[in-house]
Design a binder for this molecule. Structure first.
Ligand code: GRF
Length: 203
């Protein structure tokens, strides 16, 4: 089985997935890491680990549709079973999302459905919540609204800053995301008609 990971920046979740994939029993190969930004620092790390890397720069395309079409053809050249968004900071078009329906995962740094979009840690501090966290979900057309696969919660402490809270959440992201991906690849996680199935007979 093969996965393709999409990044835009530092790629710490991508690193966690690469580390997990070094385990002998990991059921898939990371076929490629693709970034929409040429300067994404995660690209070098992937290349050092022998993973093919590509840049499909959104700034080179006249429209969102043209970019997504180019990205799709690059992804499909690796024939992945699963597409993994790992800090990929682009809103995707409906046809692109439909093409990868039920086989594209994202991680979002909040306990969805709270705090969609950007600056989730700032949103959490402003709301005064005492629990915050991260969510792995299947990607659907509506941003940050796909079926939820896994969540991890962390406490919000009285002296937290955006940075301290982000770091506490990120540590959990690095645990739950590789685990969810592995479940999918093992056939222990799937989604049908928006309903997530987790367990030995999920496929
Ligand atoms: C993570 O917080 C992830 O949840 C969000 O963007 C951030 C990406 O970080 N979607 P990294 O590039 O994986 O380090």
């Amino acid at each position: 089985r093969r996965i393709v990971i999409l990044i835009s920046g530092r790629g710490s979740n991508m690193r966690a997935i690469i580390r997990a994939a070094q385990n002998e029993e990991w059921p898939a190969r990371i076929a490629a890491v693709i970034s929409n930004k040429a300067d994404a620092s995660g690209l070098a790390y992937a290349a050092e680990h022998g993973i093919p890397t590509l840049v499909v720069a959104n700034k080179d395309y006249p429209s969102r549709e043209a970019f997504d079409a180019a990205l799709q053809s690059k992804i499909d050249s690796f024939a992945p079973d699963l597409v993994v968004l790992a800090g990929f900071m682009r809103v995707l078009t409906t046809p692109f999302v439909a093409h990868y329906a039920d086989r594209m995962l994202n991680i979002h740094p909040s306990l969805l459905p709270s705090f969609v979009g950007l600056a989730t840690h700032r949103q959490a501090l402003a709301a005064g919540v005492k629990l915050h966290g991260a969510t792995v979900h299947f990607v659907t057309a509506e941003l940050d609204h796909g079926p939820i696969v896994a969540q991890a919660a962390v406490p919000v402490l009285a002296d937290d800053t955006e940075e301290s809270l982000a770091a506490r959440v990120l540590e959990q992201e690095h645990i739950i995301y590789p685990r969810a991906i592995r479940c999918f690849l093992d056939g222990r996680l799937s989604v049908h008609d928006g309903v997530v199935r987790i367990g030995p007979d999920a496929s």
